[in-house]
Design a protein around this ligand. Sequence first.
Ligand SMILES: CC(C)(COP(=O)(O)OP(=O)(O)OC[C@H]1O[C@@H](n2cnc3c(N)ncnc32)[C@H](O)[C@@H]1OP(=O)(O)O)[C@@H](O)C(=O)NCCC(=O)NCCS
Length: 147
Amino acid sequence: MVSIVSNCDLNQAKNLSELEKKIFNTSWDPSWIREKINNQNAIYWIKKENDEIIGYLAIQFTGVDIEILGLGVLQNYRRKGYASDLMVTMMDYLKQYNYNKIFLEVRDSNNVAKALYSKFNFNRSGTRLNYYKDENAALYETSINNE
Ligand SMILES: CC(C)(COP(=O)(O)OP(=O)(O)OC[C@H]1O[C@@H](n2cnc3c(N)ncnc32)[C@H](O)[C@@H]1OP(=O)(O)O)[C@@H](O)C(=O)NCCC(=O)NCCS
């Protein structure tokens, strides 16, 4: 089951930060995560298995648009549709509101993530050169179909 994290204590923020670290080797500081969520600048959705958080999707609000901050699933739980579950839940949630577009950046070499975003009707809109220390970012966007 996917659950929404729309308020967060430091303990939960630590868990989210540790999960990011396991997946990306880098992570946001727990207090930054807690503030972003509690100030309603960000929402995390999490996927749990046996009480362990094994995947997450984080967005932040940028005016009328949304930016995906991160999406990841622990190695042993991949290819089970969990990232798709997180994406569907996030997109269903956003349809209730009047947001315009969802934007994201992804490493240009990350073909797995690029395939996933294309599957969810994101279109490549450009390239940001040297966005990462060692690599360009591919920029993707999609419109939110409000209900
Ligand atoms: C990208 C990631 C989140 C996908 O998670 P997942 O739970 O394995 O994804 P799903 O099982 O829901 O797969 C959804 C789609 O992604 C694509 N995909 C996932 N794994 C793939 C792989 N190994 N090879 C090719 N395409 C793949 C496919 O389009 C797949 O749809 P399909 O099953 O109909 O073919 C996961 O690989 C991950 O955490 N990677 C490291 C972090 C990362 O790169 N995050 C994205 C950048 S922010």
